[in-house]
Design a protein around this ligand. Structure first.
Ligand SMILES: [Zn+2]
Length: 248
């Protein structure tokens, strides 16, 4: 069994370092668990990335900009692992969201062991996210970077996973938490000067014909009903976030 605990895919998401520090205390065999710092250069410069978002750069290029080359280099290790955990933080109010790019039976078993509040199947990034290269890839987006509760929860859930596969022995509290599954289908563009209406919240349905953003003069109207996912004013430059459909 080979597991990669991947951190700092985004160089400004330091929560990964704290998670790695906690997980190292479990003293798991280094032949089994490797901590991988994905974008150490961006981390050093305290930036999200150097040239472009690494988490949209896979499978990468042999010659290209910094992140394209980095993705190309990282791909081999990611592909060789049995599973890859990718630790992120988020500015949007997501709360305990597990992100996968492919919810196959194997991945679903692990997700069920974690019992997160939300599972987001990211079809929108299924070919270029870091976890898209993994046999089983699971990303954690549990909250803001300096939020101690988000940190605690990520560590607890990684432990649940490790316990599930027999790597460690911890007592599990099986809560009766319902997991909500969303298929994330496409980006919602953010035209220049437009702002989201205050009432728009992640996971709260926007109905067909409902106004969701304005520039003060004109309005953006939903062509179809959708759930806003990873939404926020300043999460991304050119999009508000993503369009989600609820799955049963
Ligand atoms: Zn991130």
């Amino acid at each position: 069994m080979k597991i990669i605990l991947n951190i700092l895919t985004h160089g400004d998401e330091r929560i990964g370092l704290k998670v790695a520090k906690e997980i190292r205390k479990l003293n798991i065999d280094r032949n089994i668990l490797t901590v991988q710092i994905a974008n150490s250069k961006a981390f050093k410069f305290r930036k999200r990335f150097i040239d472009q978002d690494l988490n949209r750069s896979f499978p990468g290029k042999k010659t290209g900009n910094y992140e394209e080359r980095l993705a190309y280099k990282l791909s081999a290790a990611i592909k060789s692992a049995d599973f890859v955990l990718d630790i992120h933080s988020t500015k949007s109010e997501l709360k305990d969201a597990i992100i996968v790019t492919n919810l196959n039976d194997e991945t679903l078993k692990y997700v069920k062991a974690i019992q997160p509040k939300y599972v987001l199947i990211m079809n929108a990034t299924k070919n270029n996210a870091l976890i898209s290269q993994a046999k089983i890839g699971i990303a954690f987006e549990y909250g803001k970077d300096n939020n101690p509760d988000a940190l605690k929860k990520i560590v607890a859930d990684v432990k649940k996973l490790f316990s599930h596969i027999g790597l460690i022995n911890v007592k599990l509290h099986r809560q009766r938490q319902v997991t909500n599954y969303f298929s994330v289908v496409s980006e919602v563009k953010k035209p220049k000067g437009y702002k989201l209406l205050k009432k728009i919240k992640n996971y709260k349905l926007i109905r067909k014909d409902e106004v969701f953003a304005t520039n003060g003069k004109n309005y953006l109207v939903a062509e179809d009903s959708f759930y806003p996912i990873l939404f926020g004013e300043n999460n991304y430059k050119t999009i508000f976030g993503f369009r989600g459909k609820r799955m049963s």
